[in-house]
Design a protein around this ligand. Sequence first.
Ligand code: JEK
Length: 258
Amino acid sequence: MRLDVVSIFPEYLAPLELSLIGKARVDGLLDLRVHDLRDFTTDRHRTVDDTPYGGGAGMVMKPEPWAQALEPLLSGPERPVLIVPSPAGEVFSQSIAEELAAEQQLVFACGRYEGIDERVIEWAAQHFRVRPMSLGDYVLNGGEVAVLAMVEAVARLLPGVIGNPDSLVEESHQDGLLEYPVYTKPSAWRGQEIPEVLLSGNHAKIARFRRDQQLRRTAQRRPDLLSRLDPEKLNRADLQVLRESGYRIIDGHLLSTD
Ligand code: JEK
């Protein structure tokens, strides 16, 4: 997969040389290139920003350096996806990561200041499949941190990037619930024992324990995920645990009782 990142802080993307992503690059699975937007300016001061029309605080990124930086990335056979991190984007998710992992080329445009002149988005839509994308509902100082997260989420889905693909298989069986807690040695640590059932060797009981933990955690921490569950996929034991967590099936819908 070909990945291009454009930023005024190319050093911000240095972590992509480490760990699994760095290895995938060395192994030739990822062709990841980071470009400095200032290299596409023409003035002596390498200016990338200017004051906003209409007034208001802060600065806005000038359009022309963006067109100059993005145009050379259009040499491939098809229209690449252009991901534009923005607090006003669609919220990034695992399902979007899966869509993006199927692409040949992804281009990431990291804004700074108050963002990029909107006309860049309009112009880019003639050449790219543009996806304005948010990491979540909080404010970052620019797109770089969002790109680090999105590239990691996409790259780990590519064949060969993760050493043990069993973990990906397990993830794809995840059913909209939070994970169960995990434990390792020692079995007793600073006065805390691991749950006894995990030492029982009874695999059915362990599976049931883990499922209970997933349901309880999800009810407690992410009730938004529970309301999206298909109640048809819940068995009697599931419903029992959910009842204890304050949920009931009421005419085909899983609803909170408190
Ligand atoms: C890209 C510049 C900084 C900061 C003004 C006023 C309410 C803020 C832009 N999940 C995410 N959060 N933030 C980003 C993100 C932030 C960016 C850029 C992505 C480029 N900034 C900035 C303040 C404001 N707004 C109204 C929101 C705009 C992001 C992602 N992905």
